[in-house]
Design a protein. Structure first.
Length: 99
């Protein structure tokens, strides 16, 4: 079963992090952007959560890089979709006291 096969189930969400560890290239890890784009196109931003993987990322990346790579380098992600991936999806799934 592949990740994209799970997209047919509306209750399945994807947490994306650690992309730097999959890359064979230095920042901005361009060889991982296609994988992220496939997940983005398959699941949509309202079913994706983005994480920096701190503090693990500090072994191969600066803390800001996992954030700036998605915000500044992955041009295929629309700004309004980025808002979902960077926080709105989490708020939709878990109640943090907001009404």
């Amino acid at each position: 079963l592949l990740l994209r096969d799970l997209a047919r189930y509306p209750g399945v969400y994807v947490y994306i992090s650690h992309t730097w560890s999959l890359s064979k290239q230095s920042y901005p890890w361009a060889d991982t952007h296609g994988m992220v784009e496939e997940v983005y196109q398959t699941f949509g931003p309202q079913r994706i959560m983005w994480g920096t993987d701190w503090p693990v990322c500090l072994s191969l990346a600066e803390y800001s890089q996992p954030l700036t790579v998605v915000r500044d380098e992955m041009k295929f992600i629309a700004p309004e979709d980025l808002e979902w991936m960077m926080g709105k999806t989490v708020l939709k799934l878990w109640n943090f006291g907001e009404k």
